[in-house]
Design a protein around this ligand. Sequence first.
Ligand code: GRF
Length: 189
Amino acid sequence: MKKIAIFASGSGSNAENIITYFSARNSARVELILSNRSDAMVLERAKRLQVEAVVFDRDTFYHSDRIVSLLRDRAIDYVVLAGFLWLVPANLLAAFPDRIVNIHPALLPRHGGKGMYGDRVHRAVVEAGDAESGITIHRVNEVYDSGDIVAQYRVPVMPSDTPEQVASKVHALEYQYFPIEIEKELLKF
Ligand code: GRF
């Protein structure tokens, strides 16, 4: 059974969905939640679901090997970013080559890059008049939203859609497909 660590900065609804998905399967389990925010709702979810959670600060993340050591201590095989907003440092990328995956709530390369997260992405889709949006699941490298694409799924955007309506369609795709794509990826290792 493979061990997954999830990094999340916010609500953590994807993290919860991934924990629940793997708790019913033998392929993997979520061993650890990591967050850069001590007030993130993902920490409450981790507690309720009885998954160990760790909060870290910027200095620890960027100027020490403590996170990599923690992941090694817990024998983590695979890392998932689910609403995690910080760029991943070189030491973490080197420790998990091709084993870090992110989800972006749009069809990259459209509407990606630094500062493009959450509702900002859905507003940009509506403002651009895009006829579709979706999700991009991609491997993580040293540049925001630019690693190899693992999978994309699409939904139509109607001219009358608000950013909130686009968000809700995109979230549905995230919940349906992110755990499955993680499972396919981690079984390659
Ligand atoms: C999701 O839309 C995900 O695509 C993006 O950040 C959002 C996180 O939502 N990267 P949640 O914290 O999982 O509820």
